[in-house]
Design a protein. Structure first.
Length: 622
């Protein structure tokens, strides 16, 4: 079915093809991508848009000796297919299968592990400098999207790279036409010309010729900039010290091959601007690239139903993100000081309705988590009450801003932290395994973990009313199906609730672990407390349970080290109470991708796992 594709196991096989065969290979790759991802789920639009670019890179560059660093990594499926993992695509993002992002331990062709954005230029520059130090002709290429280029780290790297003479190529994959003019034949021609040896040699000769005549040299440079400026978006990257080339059509293999072939022979920092189309070659994805960005299994012939019909008798339970989105709109209607901020995760965080209904108070700051938090701090300084919707794994990128700009100044900024805990198919790069540990040690912070949908709504209201820094941390997906009280009420801060009275053993559950804790409590006749607050901890409840039971068990979907269980241990130590204590949570390791429920079971965090762990300890203690 895919004769060319099946003949290619590694890039060496690709480089044996004649150039005229490559368009057919691109067609076969798109067909294979659609067939494959429709069966496994994954990122589709971005991968369809980088088919030709990936072919051209592996055709021109001597991978894996030359280094390719893909920013974020959403767009690397074609790269994986061409580098020995075609057959493994059947278990993409599954337990025991290949990851959805580049991983150094998966293939020598994955030069750098990614998953978070805006890191590629820094990493590739490090590799380019390493080659320079070794007197190697090895090349380093960073492929970054226009969205990832909004991250401040990317500009830090550009600033540093332009000041060096390392052989680095940065490719801007511009797939939203956000900073480019329409691509045409003239631009393609000029890109070939400006990437060629003649142009580079002429440029160097002119600089030498006019070096002794500064006014003339300056005039020549400005003239060049103006000539480029007539046909390119800006001279921004030239100011960073790069030789800017483009924009070119990222789906024209002839242009890509000629341009990349020329660039590989150049020295110093080069910047290539490539314009591509998300979803290219699949009509459904071309029409709605956002819907097809990350997909579940679907029928390729019919595409995804953007508005699936829900059963009338039993409607689907809302996700935590939807609970947050509904609360945000309700709260905004009551409080004109509320503003909503997201670092480029509007749909994922459940903010689409808020953005539509309150556009003047909605701020998408791009992939710039550090800026998002300090921007929120600035708003808070002048009387507004910012709500920052952010994934747990991405909040890690703004830790200094949280401490220095928000907590230190005790500003009323609330973090709505989605994807707390394990996240399933996206794996370790996207897991929110550490937030309870790194949040509870920050002064002035209030940290809440809801156990169901209604508690999430009320905690969001509680945090908004505090007037100090706060965080509500909830998991991905749906809750237990609890009825949601539309009336908003503030919870008593730092107070948990005893949900079940039992004997000998007390289970202190935090957030998402309440449901399995209750199930385990039934089997063990154990007391179960919904702790609700990680900080401030309900010390009174902890001490009461310690006095009345022979074993305390803490359970959290967070790293055991430094987490909520550690807070309980510190509380007991502070009050001089000695009682056997068992901490259950995520192990001291990065947990690979898989199905969420099975991942929890593997960590011993389902009801059966809790029972087993408690029985082992109880057998020794009782």
């Amino acid at each position: 079915m895919h004769p060319l594709l099946t003949s290619i196991n590694f890039p060496d096989d690709l480089r044996k093809l004649d150039r005229v065969q490559l368009p057919q290979l691109a067609t076969e790759l798109r067909c294979f991508l659609i067939e494959s991802v429709s069966k496994t789920g994954g990122h589709l639009s971005s991968n369809l848009g980088t088919v030709e670019l990936t072919i051209a890179l592996h055709y021109i560059y001597h991978t894996p000796d030359d280094r390719l660093v893909w920013d974020v990594g959403h767009q690397t499926y074609v790269h994986k297919i061409l580098t020995g993992r075609r057959e493994a695509m059947g278990k993409l993002r599954m337990a025991g299968g290949i990851a959805g992002f580049p991983r150094r331990d998966e293939s020598p062709y994955d030069a750098f592990g990614t998953g978070h954005s805006s890191t590629s230029i820094s990493a590739a520059l490090g590799m380019a400098v390493a080659a320079q130090l070794e007197n190697s002709e090895r090349r380093a290429v960073a492929i970054i999207g226009d969205g990832a280029l909004t991250g401040g780290m990317a500009f830090e790297a550009l600033n540093n790279a332009g000041a060096r003479d390392a052989n680095l190529l940065v490719i801007l994959n511009d797939n939203d036409m956000s900073i480019s003019q329409p691509v045409g034949a003239l631009n393609n021609y000029l890109a070939r010309l400006m990437s060629g040896r003649f142009y580079a040699a002429m440029r160097r000769s002119s600089e030498k010729m006019f070096k002794g005549m500064p006014p003339v040299l300056e005039f020549a440079k400005r003239a060049e900039e103006h000539v480029k400026g007539m046909v390119t978006p800006s001279t921004l990257f030239e100011e960073f010290g790069f030789n800017y080339i483009g924009p070119i059509d990222g789906h024209d293999l002839d242009v890509l091959l000629d341009t990349l072939g020329n660039i590989r022979e150049l020295t110093g920092p080069q910047f290539l601007h490539v314009v591509t189309q998300k979803g290219k070659g699949y009509a459904h994805a071309e029409q709605d690239c956002t819907l097809y960005h990350g997909v579940s299994k679907f029928d390729p012939a019919n595409g995804i139903d953007a508005k699936p019909v829900q059963p009338e008798v039993q409607p689907a339970r809302p996700t935590y993100a939807e609970v947050f989105g509904k609360w945000l709109c309700d709260m905004a209607a009551h409080d004109k000081r509320l503003v909503g901020i997201t670092p480029a995760m509007c749909e994922g965080s459940g903010m689409a309705e808020f953005a539509e209904n309150f556009p003047a108070r909605y701020f998408d700051v791009g992939i710039a988590e550090q800026h998002a938090l300090t921007f929120a701090a600035g708003l808070a300084c002048d009387g507004f009450k910012p709500v920052v919707a952010i994934y747990s794994t991405f909040l890690q990128r703004a830790y200094d801003q949280l401490i220095h700009d928000i907590a230190l100044q005790n500003l009323p900024v609330m973090l709505a932290i989605d994807r707390g805990g394990l996240v399933g198919a996206d794996g370790a790069t996207h897991a929110g395994s550490f937030d309870l540990s790194y949040l509870r040690c920050i002064p002035n912070m209030t940290v809440m973990a809801p156990s169901d949908e209604d508690e999430c709504r009320q905690m969001l209201y509680t945090g908004h009313q505090l007037g100090t820094p706060s965080a509500v941390r909830y998991p991905r997906g749906c809750g237990s199906g609890a009825a949601i009280n539309q009336e908003m009420r503030a919870l008593p801060v730092g107070k948990g609730v005893l949900r079940r009275a039992g004997k000998r053993v007390a289970i202190l559950a935090f957030g998402s672990m309440l449901a399995p804790a209750l199930a385990a409590g039934e089997q063990l006749d154990a007391s179960v407390a919904n702790m609700r607050f990680v900080k401030p901890l309900d010390a009174e409840l902890v001490l009461q349970l310690a006095r009345e039971h022979e074993l305390l068990v803490t359970v959290e979907e967070n790293a055991v080290q430094g987490g909520a269980g550690s807070a309980v241990a510190e509380c007991l130590q502070q009050h001089g109470v000695a009682v056997p204590l068992l901490h259950l949570g995520l192990p001291d390791s990065f947990i690979e991708q898989g199905e969420h429920a099975q991942m929890l079971a593997d960590c011993g965090l389902d009801a059966a796992g809790l029972v087993k762990s408690i029985e082992v300890v109880a057998a020794r203690k009782f």
